[in-house]
Design a protein around this ligand. Structure first.
Ligand SMILES: Cc1cc2nc3c(=O)[nH]c(=O)nc-3n(C[C@H](O)[C@H](O)[C@H](O)COP(=O)(O)OP(=O)(O)OC[C@H]3O[C@@H](n4cnc5c(N)ncnc54)[C@H](O)[C@@H]3O)c2cc1C
Length: 383
């Protein structure tokens, strides 16, 4: 399908595809097996300025938006979703700074983020606060020099690897989540350490880790935006970032579709390539149609966000839910088309199926996002 990409978008897509083919493909099985963070690939991405796609040119970025970020994420995910999420989580960790940070904060951090010198992460989840993020317990208590942070964040993408963390903590416990605020915390700050590194089903190349804060003093100037706005900022952030998860899902599904198509043309049974069997043809037809539908929805949501629209919770949630459900179905069907070898690690297809599952879970599970979609529909919003 033609999506009428402009020159920047075509370039971004091509650069990401080249890195995916030349740098990621040769090492993806090894990264998966060793559960290794892809530092050398992050450096390649930094060298091509792809890490700063969404950062304005005045801070050294490419000046693109959500759509350009989705295009790059999709291409990387087509080859390895673990690398793609490490890349995409960098924008998750810096969007709040970009949207609500002071001029001083932006000048201090954004140029290094754009150049890939500082990788970032975003942390809201805690043991008691997953879907129910209103139930965070981490506190930030005012002292003379700033705020003392205490608490533990869990399942944080890029945890341990990133240099800069945007975290949400309670500055006014009495007000609950309405008393939450956003802070920038640098790696190496006394009282800030890393806990358990998770062993996961998929996306092995990405780091998922606990952040532990024990009387961690952060200066006043590290508060992002207004106190008490942390929850609203996080909600806005997820509205912006969910099409990126959709793009991850589309890339994964596209990669699985291509691999399945190729395999079906070459695998011979009953003296015919298995693609000559109608059962296989119909599976491939459904897979291709669903991938294209998911892509159109993700691109539409990303373009809505970049248009400057005020509210986009509905589009963003729809894109993430639909694309991730498609990724799960398509990668599962791709394994089926591969038959027994699809279950073996010799082929990339079982990895794609393992990797796809997370897209239905993080940045709002698909159940919770269906609640969001329904609640937007109940507002009788005009289409
Ligand atoms: C690999 C990985 C990376 C992650 N990266 C980050 C990160 O970088 N930063 C960060 O802050 N967090 C991160 N997370 C956390 C992630 O966003 C949460 O895991 C997710 O929001 C779900 O929360 P939970 O795991 O506590 O599940 P729970 O909230 O306990 O949900 C369990 C089940 O109950 C269902 N459920 C819960 N509430 C409802 C409801 N109201 N209606 C219907 N069903 C419901 C859910 O859909 C799910 O099926 C990451 C998680 C993983 C696994």
């Amino acid at each position: 399908m033609e999506y009428f990409l402009n020159e920047l978008q075509k370039t971004v897509k091509q650069m990401a595809r080249t890195i995916a083919q030349e740098k990621i493909l040769p090492v993806r099985a090894e990264l998966d097996e060793k559960e290794e963070f892809p530092w050398s690939i992050m450096k390649d991405l930094a060298d091509t300025d792809l890490l700063g796609i969404y950062i304005p040119e005045e801070y050294g970025g490419l000046g693109g938006g959500c759509f350009e970020l989705c295009l790059a994420t999709e291409e990387l995910s087509r080859v390895c979703a673990g690398v793609a999420v490490s890349y995409a989580a960098n924008s998750l960790g810096s969007y709040t700074l970009l949207e609500y940070g002071s001029q001083e904060q932006k000048q201090k951090y954004l140029p290094d983020i754009a150049r890939g010198k500082k990788l970032t992460a975003f942390a809201i989840t805690e043991e008691t606060a997953g879907s129910d993020i209103g139930n965070i317990k981490t506190t930030a208590t005012k002292t003379g020099d700033g705020y003392l942070i205490n608490g533990t964040k869990q399942f944080i993408t890029n945890g341990g690897e990133a240099e800069l963390y945007t975290i949400i903590a309670l500055t006014d416990k009495e007000r609950g989540i309405r008393g939450a605020s956003a802070f920038l915390v640098e790696k190496g700050t006394p009282g800030f350490s890393f806990g358990r590194k998770e062993k996961k089903l998929g996306i092995h190349a990405s780091a998922t880790r606990e952040l532990v804060f024990e009387d961690c003093l952060v200066p006043e100037e590290n508060v992002i935006g207004r106190l008490g706005m942390g929850f609203a900022m996080a909600m806005r952030l997820f509205d912006r970032s969910r099409p990126g998860i959709g793009a991850q899902a589309v890339g994964l599904a596209q990669g699985a579709l291509e691999a399945a198509l190729d395999y079906a043309k070459n695998r011979v049974q009953f003296e015919h390539p298995i693609i000559s069997f109608q059962a296989i043809q119909h599976m491939l037809a459904n897979m291709a149609t669903e991938v294209e539908a998911a892509r159109a929805l993700v691109y539409g949501a990303a373009r809505t966000i970049d248009s400057g629209a005020k509210g986009f919770s509905l589009e963003s949630a729809m894109a993430k839910v639909f694309a991730s459900d498609v990724a799960m179905r398509v990668t599962t069907d791709a394994v089926q088309i591969f038959g027994g070898v699809g279950y073996m690690r010799d082929y990339p297809i079982e990895k794609m199926m393992r990797d796809a599952k997370i897209t239905q879970i993080y940045e709002g599970t698909n159940q919770v996002l269906r609640n969001v979609i329904a609640s937007e529909l109940r507002k009788e919003r005009a289409f």
